[in-house]
Design a binder for this molecule. Structure first.
Ligand code: B16
Ligand code: MG
Length: 215
């Protein structure tokens, strides 16, 4: 097997916090009278908090100051964290848990590469605080996906080159980031059919057969 490490996106790959992002952004958009639906929410996948807010405000006919925008982002994040607080290890699917364990037993280095500044909190909620060999997240980058910075950071943390790792992503912006960084990508969920990805997963455990780790 050509890979020595796997870098997982978090939201939409390891857990379904993407629905909580939607509910929190939707509450803010409704309060401001801005049209927002699940289709528009898909544009926010993998994108940083402030860049997500800018996409939502594109549909507003009002101009807001930087201070107002910062307050909106804070308001959304407070609602989002309240929803995250309800998560528990039961929110980790059997498919993800079993796959992670098989990959670990196969000797692969496992890392997280997420745009989210709430990554540590989420990992704690789902009982994976101490599972990964490295966590690169929104707190340690200056450029959000589709820039490859977060994946390059994660690869550096596990001392591997991009061509020794595969990135698992659910966002088109994340697939773009992986490819731009020189990584092979396995796409799942919203980005499953993205042609830039080398593998197309219906579920995470497909990774085991695609990488010939387990039939
Ligand atoms: P936060 P990922 C991304 O996480 C989400 O997909 C994206 O919707 C969100 O805006 C971004 O994190 C920032 O999240 O507000 O928690 O810092 O998919 O890269 O794991
Ligand atoms: Mg994601």
């Amino acid at each position: 097997m050509q890979y020595k490490g796997i870098i997982f996106d978090l939201d939409g790959v390891i857990c379904s916090t993407d629905e909580y992002h939607y509910l929190a952004w939707k509450a803010l958009a409704d309060r401001l009278g801005i049209p927002f639906d699940r289709e528009r929410n898909n544009l926010l996948r993998g994108v940083s908090r402030m860049a997500s807010l800018e996409i939502i405000l594109e549909k507003s006919d009002k101009a807001y100051s930087d201070a107002e925008k910062a307050a909106f982002a804070e308001e959304k994040n407070t609602m989002y964290r309240e929803l995250l607080g309800r998560m528990s290890p039961a929110d980790l699917s059997d498919d993800i848990r079993d796959t992670l364990n098989v990959l670990r037993e196969a000797g692969l280095k496992l890392a997280i590469g997420s745009s989210s500044k709430n990554t540590r909190f989420i990992l704690e909620r789902i009982g994976l605080s101490n599972f990964f060999d490295a966590v690169a997240d929104g707190n340690c980058i200056t450029h959000s996906k589709p820039h490859p910075e977060v994946f390059l950071k994660a690869a550096g943390m596990i001392s591997l080159a991009p061509d020794q790792c595969i990135v698992v992503e659910d966002a088109h912006a994340g697939v773009e980031a992986a490819v731009a960084g020189g990584f092979d990508c396995a796409a799942i969920g919203d980005a499953k059919d993205d042609e830039r990805a080398r593998y197309h997963l219906s579920r995470i455990s497909d990774l085991l057969s695609d990488l010939q780790i387990k039939d």
